[in-house]
Ligand binder design. Sequence first.
Ligand SMILES: [Zn+2]
Length: 507
Amino acid sequence: MTWLLLLAAADFDVLIRNARVVDGTGNPWYRADVGIRAGRIAKIGALPKATATNTVDAAGRVLAPGFIDVHTHIEAGIFRVARADAYLMDGVTTLVTGNCGASNTELGAWFNRLRKTGIGPNVAALIGHNSVRQAVMGDANRAPTADELRRMRELVARNISEGAIGFATGLWYVPGTYSQTAEVVELAKAAKGVYATHMRDEGESVEPAIREAIRVGKEAGLNVQVSHFKIIDKRHWGGSTRTLAMIEQARREGLDIVVDQYPYTAASASIDIFFPREVLADGPSAVRERLSSPESKRRVVEEMRRNATLRQGQDDYTFAVIASFPEDRTLEGKRIPELSADKSLDGQIEALIQLRLKGRPSVVYHTMSDADVDRILAHPFTAIASDGGLVPPGESMPHPRNYGTNARILDHYVRQRNVLTLEDAIRKMTSLPARTFRMKRRGEIREGFAADLVLFDPAKVASKAEFTKPHQFSEGFDYVMVNGTFVVANGHPNSERPGQIVTPGEF
Ligand SMILES: [Zn+2]
């Protein structure tokens, strides 16, 4: 009886016929059929006689590994939008989160909650320095005591043992910005895997910031992933020639250091980035006091007036747009000068202070040059990452990178402008990040690898999300599969949640 059933069973769960396989390694595409069984790529080749429960005719479309996005911020949104359709519709099948030092600090329990909820894509997480420091020291603007350092080390080590894929810093943000390099090195030593860093500066002091990242990697013995590599200060545009050379030099010296990037000339962050960091220490009431008592407020205004670094080297704050402000949704989408009748620099600084007293809106700020973005993107060690988060459709005015990062690469940078070849773009979205984060058996189309796949017509794939209309799914990713289950079919999202937690050494 059993052997009859076995004979009747199909060869594969899913068979994708007539695909142009872009396998993720960067090699030129080849034509093949791909058979999927039990969540894995079981067979690649000419399979004319094979049978399958579900067959898809690729009709010459491109079959690539699902994209691995090594830089996201999904902590706040994943339980509201557990399917993460904005990412699945953009071809992303694995998300790394906890970047810029902001993570959950009880990852074991968090992973279990994600498993119980059920998630669309796979998720891996970093343990974040800022969150660890906040848990132990609050927003204190000082070095830790020996006891505080010990407790932070323990928290990092515990989260690594619970499955964190590395250690992340956000040295530009409160409270990570109050740390010295020695503290970061000590905590990185308690970690394993990758050191992912939003560096202390990406403009005027970007070079010392890169040196700091290199030092942490060398002294702690970790691979380094520099996050959203860029030059933000207009006065320093063009500097990517030098900063890329610094990364190359560190690699020659034997440090495994790479970078990632999102394909836009605008960034997004908390409004905090426009304030002198010492103003933001010690918690909400101390911040309120410093921004409202006349004497200290006068000093803050003076520094913001004088300090072009706080304005990314621009004359005023016209380059900054309110992205999300739950306290007053009517302000979302407005530029800073639109917030008050007084359009002078002082009027804009006053508007920023009033905003910060009401809450902590996020802003989108247009601050990079196309030449730097192109140069960084074209470099072989640059991976693609969104730096985006998960927001319910229609809510707030998020950066379009939340929806369209990968489609924009294939549409704008591959098809329209030839900055990258298709095969190299796919490599930067798949095998390069899988290599850096040591995700075993993901990121390539290879027998035995997880069946995370995306099928698309490279002539049609398009990013639809815009700065003024961000809530638009990418188009053209006709089929997307996570661990052998379709999450997008015929260009439409379904309700499947096959995502797994990706931890180092899982496979
Ligand atoms: Zn960041």
